[in-house]
Write a protein that binds this ligand. Structure first.
Ligand code: PHE
Length: 450
């Protein structure tokens, strides 16, 4: 397809919101608080922020540079920039990773939609949350149904394309998300557990931050910024040349961290007020919080808005995953957007069914010491495939692209403090080394960390 026909974002604001929308998702609102709960609250937050600076921002910038200079989705981008048989494999890996993540992310997205409905109908009853959630997980029909509904929403948005689909919806959903998050946060901060909740999240207790926790923080920085599989690269490929990549990246990262901290400030005060366990793990959302909503005055309304806000966050992330896959078929096979969207949306839905069945019919199908299909996909994609993808993206940007190619995308002159040079040292040495350490650890090759 000739370059001038490629779709583009209508404005920088729209692009930043869409990319922040991709970043801000279940990772920030669901995973971040329970990981912080596990690894010493504020200490984990500090480790996360450091990770965002040493690997998050450099890789984010690298993805935007690669995407914008190639004007292609991941597979085509590497092929466009270097005539090599091997580099496009990084794109293929990204495509596969996006496909996998979306397939199970959509199952959790479905849970959220179901809980919006629960809060509108019978609401939350004290002492009933565990049984309710387990009953829901045990029903294959319900799991597949809600997973399907979530995919349909994504297919609907991506069908509209870049400026009139993804960008338009991001401009509606992200500000709404901010308003709801802010109101719920203030509401939480007015409860009696506010001081304790804030202390938990903001006061670093480094004794609880194990080395494993530090690596979790690094891995989480990756997942939470949607890095390593070409989602940001794809968004970058729709970017106009006159938009400043370094400034946009900083804005996206600041928004992402800000929303995560706000989510923590919304969750922990009520967790302490109602005396439930802050380190409750993945069940924090679907068991612990419904219990809180059941006991809280006006809890049904708070619960409704809470799940609505999480749904908005999940949708703006899932569309970026679907866009990676859809854009591949548009760019490489010349399919129309609609055809690519409908077909791939359905294929990913089908591929997600085993994850939806992991909690019921197929719960016996386990690997790696008892992990079900859902857990295995998450483990492989986030702990292994994203860091591998990120490593190669960093190497490509740091070692393969020439200074000339990079400076065409982030100019040295427009940046004070030699931003370009700092970025370059990070992407060339620091990021790849940090990622190798993460990978050696997650694959179990080094065990000194336990
Ligand atoms: N960043 C998203 C989140 O925090 C997840 C995601 C990962 C989205 C990778 C796209 C690509 O939930």
């Amino acid at each position: 397809m000739p370059k001038q026909q490629r779709e583009h974002w209508a404005s920088k604001f729209g692009f930043v919101l869409a990319a922040a929308g991709s970043a801000i998702g279940l990772g920030n609102i669901w995973r971040f608080p329970y990981k912080a709960g596990e690894y010493g609250g504020g200490a984990f937050v500090v480790a996360y922020i450091v990770s965002v600076f040493i690997i998050g921002i450099p890789v984010l910038i690298a993805e935007f540079i690669i995407g914008r200079s190639a004007q292609k989705s991941p597979v085509g981008a590497f092929r466009e920039l270097r005539d090599s048989r091997y580099w496009p494999l990084v794109g293929w890996l990204g495509l596969l990773t996006g496909f996998m993540i979306l397939s199970y992310y959509s199952v959790v997205g479905g849970w959220i939609l179901k809980y919006i409905v629960v809060s509108c109908t019978n609401g939350f009853q004290t002492g009933a949350a565990t049984a309710e959630f387990n009953g829901f997980l045990a029903s294959p029909g319900q799991q597949v149904l809600w997973h399907g509904v979530f995919m349909l929403v994504n297919i609907f948005i991506v069908r509209g394309g870049i400026s009139s689909g993804i960008e338009k919806w991001s401009k509606i959903l992200m500000p709404s998300l901010l308003v709801i998050l802010f109101v719920l946060m203030v509401n939480s901060l007015l409860t009696s557990g506010a001081a304790e909740g804030m202390r938990f999240l903001l006061k670093p207790d480094f004794s609880k931050l194990t080395r494993a926790g530090m690596l979790e923080a690094l891995g989480h920085a990756f997942f939470s910024l949607s890095l390593g599989m070409g989602a940001m690269l794809t968004y970058g490929s729709y970017l106009d040349k006159d938009i400043n990549i370094s400034a946009s990246s900083l804005e996206i990262v600041v928004l992402n961290t800000f929303y995560a901290i706000m989510a923590g400030l919304m969750i922990f005060p009520v967790v302490f007020t109602y005396g439930v366990d802050p380190g409750a793990g993945p069940g924090l959302f679907f068991v612990t919080l419904p219990e809180v909503f059941a006991r809280m005055p006006g809890g049904q309304i708070v619960g409704f808005f809470f799940f609505l806000l999480v749904a908005f966050a999940a949708i703006t992330s899932a569309i970026s995953l679907l866009e990676v896959v859809v854009s591949f078929f548009i760019d490489e096979l010349g399919w129309t957007r609609r055809r690519s969207d409908y077909i791939l949306g359905c294929v990913i839905f089908l591929f997600g069914i085993p994850s939806a069945l992991s909690f019921n019919l197929w719960s016996g199908v386990t690997l790696f010491g008892g992990k079900n299909i859902f857990d295995i996909l998450d483990l492989l994609a986030t702990n292994f495939m994203l860091p591998v993808g990120g490593f190669f993206i960093a190497v490509f940007a740091g070692w393969i692209l020439t200074h000339g190619e990079k400076e065409a995308e982030i100019k040295r002159v427009e940046n004070t403090f030699h931003f370009y040079d700092i970025w370059h040292v990070l992407i060339k040495y620091v990021t790849p080394i940090a990622l190798i350490i993460v990978l050696l650890y997650t694959t179990g090759i080094i065990r000194f960390l336990e």
